[in-house]
Write a protein that binds this ligand. Sequence first.
Ligand code: HEM
Length: 133
Amino acid sequence: MSAKIVTYEELKANSTKEQLWVLLHEKVYNVTKFIDEHPGGDEVILAETGKDATEAFEDVGHSDEARALLADMLVGDFEKDGVLKVKSATKSSSSSSSAVNSAVQQGSNMMYFVPLGLLGAYFAWRFYSSGSL
Ligand code: HEM
């Protein structure tokens, strides 16, 4: 069973108190019924509609109980390459720059191995030369 993919347009279309979806951790939740029960009030959630609410949600430090409530409200996964760049997507950056990053990382690995190899060679030389004395 594949999860429904929610587009940015759909997220925007469900931004009213009558029909309210929020985007958290790349997933979209229908909080229409829940909003009246929200201990933090409805304004805070209404302020996060049509955008990534992850940061606001995490800043509050919601309990595990609060997170458990989300399971029943799940609509689907948010589109990956939508207009709205979700937090984790921006963090990992574009694929081209991550390729550059790994290339740089490989380069810096070499920078560790070369001096280490030289150090090893030096100690090997010391060991053998002192042994032969
Ligand atoms: C959309 C899914 C959300 C759910 C299921 C949810 C659930 C809850 C629950 C159960 C609590 C009680 C304390 C706890 O158990 O952690 C709470 C408190 C709170 N929530 Fe949310 N929340 C959601 C979204 C948000 C968002 C987007 C904000 C935006 C800032 C927010 C702000 C707050 C605040 C400020 C409190 C503290 C209220 C107080 O202690 O007086 N919540 N939430």
